[in-house]
Design a protein around this ligand. Structure first.
Ligand code: ADP
Length: 542
């Protein structure tokens, strides 16, 4: 028997309308690439979304189901594009500006973007591949001066496009299962793959992340969105801020630690998101140059790669700022798990509590996770048995865009993440490695993530990335590439081996160390192990 409740559409337009009706006075603050500050309200943004909707449908000929690309930093107009494009029934395809030009060309042609909205500062990248883009009819320039010169064909200026449009627009009735957004994976393993989010998955992801057990956002918060809008919809933050009534602060390209600290102070930001490399940078900058006043920042949500225990501890002890770890993938919208302590953990020692917070955490309601071992059986929830992490849920991908990819899914409908993990008795998941990064030495598995986290707890070490290298006797052995806090410091290898022997048994401890200036990073700021392996193989890891 069907329930007798309304079939109310869970769409991005529902989010926008709610944000406008309840929180029209809340602010969107942008720091533009030149460092200047722009502020307007959710209500102003709402009106511009309607102007944009008119421009998209009437001037640019965008129809329901069309793909519209964005190639832009985090800023107000990019938020307008999120809502305006999906609001007219088209798909907002956020293009990762840090992919290689070949990959960018591939994803634009593969998604068949009709129009691309591009930041003036990023135009030179697109100019290089524009002749190869098969489906793009117009480029709309954001933040470009009037006399901006470019070789891109058919260009329009964003502000001019909106200027003569009406603020009246009747949003079409949309099916909540229709596509609203698209993001390609960062292609660390082969070509990027398109993940097509639906209105419903976007809505449910955002509402769930708001709750206190999850991201804990409310109308008392001012949130800095460091995660780029060009990757996994900035973790859904442009949506959840409208639903929770949190002020949004957008840094565009001001992502250097000093710039972030300046914004945190100026805007009294109390919540933020970002990958660990960003927070490592901010932490070391604050240690070097302690801010004169205590920051309003209470909590930063971290994901994308493992949050080192030492960073959680350091931020908390020195600055009273809490790090909260989440795990996710482009394929999971992205947030799948989060690690927060529960009252039952209150009696534990600080060390034991830290160990739980350094795990990737429990699944959100609406998401299920399981661990499947090599022989295809389910791993027990004992915190020790390792296997592949699999996931299903209301915002998990069911199939990649235009790709036959049955190998990524199980027959009973779970998505195979490629992460090797454990789950403990309380459902806390811990990532040990990605399948391809695990080190198998003398038949025993070694977790590169655990070694990295331990090494980064050394006071002289800023970053540590561990890879497997060939070994005659053990087949593979770990090699640690290390970036020091102060370049002029020295650490002896014996000192590091001794340091690690507190937490690791002998065979797990790297005997090989390379001191480098910077760990190569992927397009989304993670340690690029593929690149480290390549540099090592070519003898260029110095
Ligand atoms: P890509 O898959 O292209 O690297 P994603 O941003 O989708 O891009 O990355 C997802 C992967 O990032 C996960 O499969 C996992 O390996 C890693 N990851 C994400 N969050 C965490 C975390 N908190 N700890 C450890 N690894 C993480």
């Amino acid at each position: 028997m069907e329930g007798l409740m309304m079939n109310y559409p869970l769409t991005t337009t529902t989010i926008l309308e709610y944000g406008n009706s309840v929180y029209h006075h809340k602010k969107i603050i942008t720091y533009l690439p030149d460092g200047s500050r722009h502020e307007y309200s959710f209500g102003d943004m709402y009106k511009r979304c309607k102007k944009l909707a008119n421009a998209l449908t009437q001037k640019l000929g965008i129809k329901e189901g069309d793909m519209v690309g964005t190639f832009a930093w985090n800023h107000g107009p990019h938020v307008e594009l999120y809502y305006g494009i999906s609001g007219v029934g088209a798909v907002c395809h956020t293009i990762n500006i840090r992919l290689s030009l070949n990959q960018i060309e591939y994803i634009i042609n593969n998604s068949e973007d009709k129009v691309i909205f591009v930041d003036a500062s990023l135009v030179p990248l697109l100019e290089k591949i524009a002749p190869l883009l098969e489906t793009v009819t117009h480029y709309v320039l954001i933040n470009a001066p009037k006399d901006f010169s470019t070789t891109l064909p058919n260009t329009l200026h964003y502000e001019e496009l909106l200027a003569d449009q009406s603020e009246d627009f009747e949003w079409p009735a949309l099916n909540e299962n229709d596509a609203s957004g698209m993001c390609y994976t960062s292609g660390t393993t082969g070509l990027p793959k398109g993940v097509l989010y639906s209105h419903r998955s976007t809505f449910l992801h955002a509402t769930t992340i708001i709750s206190p057990n999850a991201g804990n956002f409310s109308n008392r918060d001012t949130v800095l969105l460091i995660v780029p809008q060009f990757h996994v919809m900035a973790w859904g933050f442009p949506y959840l801020c409208l639903l929770s009534g949190s002020n949004m602060v957008l840094p565009s390209s001001n992502l250097q630690p000093e710039a972030i600290i300046k914004i945190l102070i100026a805007e009294k930001v109390n919540k933020a998101n970002g990958v660990p490399t960003i927070w490592l940078g901010v932490y070391h900058a604050m240690k070097k140059n302690p801010p004169k006043e205590k920051l309003a920042l209470e909590e930063y949500l971290v994901g994308g790669s493992a949050l080192p225990k030492s960073l959680i501890e350091g931020f908390e002890k020195n600055f009273g700022i809490r790090g909260v770890q989440a795990w996710g993938m482009t394929e999971t919208s992205p947030l799948g798990t989060v690690s927060r302590l529960q009252p039952k953990h209150d009696h534990l020692s600080a060390e034991e509590q830290l160990a739980i917070r350094a795990k990737q955490g429990t699944a959100f309601p609406g998401v299920e996770i399981r661990i499947v071992t090599d022989d295809g059986t389910m791993a027990p929830a004992d915190g020790k048995s390792m296997g592949e992490l699999q996931i299903k849920g209301a915002w998990t991908v069911s199939s990649y865009f235009k790709t036959n990819n049955s190998e990524s899914f199980t027959e009973d409908g779970w998505f195979k993440t490629g992460d090797v993990s454990t789950i403990d008795e309380d459902g806390y998941m811990e990532i040990k490695d990605r399948t391809k990064d695990l080190i198998k030495s003398g038949g025993e598995w070694i977790s590169s993530v655990a070694l990295e986290s331990a090494l980064m707890a050394h006071p002289k070490i800023k970053e540590a990335a561990v890879i497997a290298i060939p070994d005659e006797k053990w087949v593979e052995k770990p090699l640690a590439s290390i970036v020091l806090v102060n370049e002029e410091d020295k650490i002896l290898e014996e000192e590091l081996i001794e340091f690690l022997s507190r937490d690791f048994v002998k065979y797990q401890i790297p005997k090989d160390y390379i001191f480098i200036k910077e760990v190569p990073k992927t397009s989304v700021g993670k340690f690029d192990k593929k690149e480290i392996r390549r540099l090592f193989a070519e003898g260029k890891l110095t």
